[in-house]
Design a protein around this ligand. Structure first.
Ligand SMILES: Cc1cc2nc3c(=O)[nH]c(=O)nc-3n(C[C@H](O)[C@H](O)[C@H](O)COP(=O)(O)OP(=O)(O)OC[C@H]3O[C@@H](n4cnc5c(N)ncnc54)[C@H](O)[C@@H]3O)c2cc1C
Length: 380
């Protein structure tokens, strides 16, 4: 097991926080399709937004498994959108700032993201480019010693409430594809940066998802993150972490759904016995338990490599693919075992059924994962 006594203590702290300060509000936040920004501040105060960043930036200096503990425990809050928003903040938008940011960028963007006073978003996807990241069209052009940004981004988590966005822009020609892309850190308050729409979704209700537009947004060279023209390659690194932590959270969500379903199957009676006593249902439970255990251990195995700063691209893609399969099956099977109640809005399982579908799309679809595995492992 990769977890030490320190990880166990962290788990206890997060579990306690989630059960006392998040879970009691889950229903209200789902109905409101929003949760308050004070959650970021509170988690910043508790040190949970900077678990693996150095202390000099306000972090806790932990290893990658501290992030896994957080992702796993956030899955217990019953509102998937909260965990997703926090993961974007701590594990998606900010790692590139820590890795490639100047000291000034770290002070301006990383430190307040760690203490929860600024909210971060990550802007890759566009109306005409999602899987095909190298084809993005949001442009940053050099004008009078500045960069002028024009374009739009779609499905951006934290997009409505963010204070800044890590924005993926084209700085080269369209035909340069992956070679002409650069990352920028763009403040929300800048003129020309607008939220065009807050989007309605199938699930993850409490997180905000936005369409954003950029009309002649001017930034200086100090907004460039990393090297001009290297954005695509830097982003590919970021996406590995995003897929791995997303998988850790998703399989933990499956485990929570399974635990609740197991309890239900022991209590709910039909034809004079608990429904879990029917062999067909017992076997369904065993199959889920086995699949979750195997997938979770694969996540840990790959996470150990990531923690050692290896770059297991193919295995990370496999992780996301397998976790997506397992969570889809678990969500469907658990809902079935809950019967009519499973279909009711008030049942946690119906929310899980909707929320869990995202893992097979966000941060790269199943099909994109297969393309990566085919290329990197099979030479196809
Ligand atoms: C709730 C939510 C939150 C999100 N948050 C963010 C965020 O914070 N930031 C961000 O930048 N993005 C975000 N996304 C976007 C997400 O990463 C993209 O939706 C995803 O990468 C797929 O891109 P697309 O929607 O453009 O689909 P498309 O690329 O249009 O794909 C459509 C279908 O075609 C398939 N397809 C595409 N190419 C191939 C191929 N080569 N071979 C086989 N099949 C293919 C896909 O697998 C898919 O099934 C979010 C999405 C959702 C739903």
């Amino acid at each position: 097991m990769p977890f030490t006594a320190e990880h166990d203590a962290l788990r206890e702290t997060v579990r306690d926080f989630v059960s006392k300060e998040l879970r009691p509000h889950a229903e209200e936040w789902e109905a409101a399709e929003h949760f308050p920004n004070s959650v970021f501040e509170r988690m910043g105060e508790l040190g949970l937004l900077g678990l693996r960043y150095p202390e000099k930036y306000g972090g806790q200096g932990g290893d990658y498994f501290t992030a896994i503990v957080l992702a796993e425990e956030m899955a217990r809050c019953r509102s998937g959108g909260v965990g997703m928003a926090i993961t974007v903040q701590a594990e998606m938008a900010t790692p590139p700032i820590f890795k490639w940011g100047t000291e000034a960028q770290k002070q301006k963007y990383l430190v307040p993201a760690i203490n929860g006073t600024k909210i971060a978003a990550l802007g890759i996807t566009e109306p005409d480019a999602g899987s095909d990241v190298a084809n993005i069209r949001t442009r940053a052009e050099r004008v009078n010693g500045h960069w002028r940004i024009n374009g739009s981004k779609l499905y951006i988590t934290n997009g409505v409430r963010c204070d800044y966005i890590l924005l993926v822009c084209r700085t080269g020609k369209q035909e340069d594809g992956a070679h002409g892309i650069t990352l920028f850190l763009v403040d929300k308050e800048l003129p020309g940066f607008t939220v065009s729409r807050k989007l309605k979704k199938l699930g993850m209700f409490s997180s905000d998802t936005a369409e954003l537009s950029f009309n002649d947004v001017e930034v200086g060279d100090d907004a460039v993150l990393g090297e001009v023209g290297q954005g695509f390659y830097n982003l590919m690194w970021e996406l590995q972490g995003e897929r791995l932590i997303g998988s850790a959270g998703a399989i933990a969500g499956a485990e929570v759904a399974f635990e609740e379903t197991l309890q239900w199957c022991k209590q709910r009676e039909a034809f004079g016995r608990p429904i879990g006593a029917f062999q067909v249902n017992r076997h369904k439970l065993v199959d889920m338990y086995t699949d979750i255990t195997v997938a979770k251990n694969f996540v840990y195995n790959v996470a150990e490599k990531w923690n050692r700063e290896e770059y297991p691209v193919s295995e990370i893609s496999m992780t996301k693919l397998v976790v997506g399969r397992v969570t889809s099956t678990v969500a469907d099977t658990c809902l079935q075992l809950f019967g009519g109640f499973g279909y009711m809005a008030e049942a946690g399982i119906s929310r899980y059924f909707r929320d869990s579908r995202l893992i097979r799309i966000g941060a790269g679809t199943d099909e994109v994962m297969k393309e990566i595995i085919a290329k990197t492992s099979l030479g196809l």
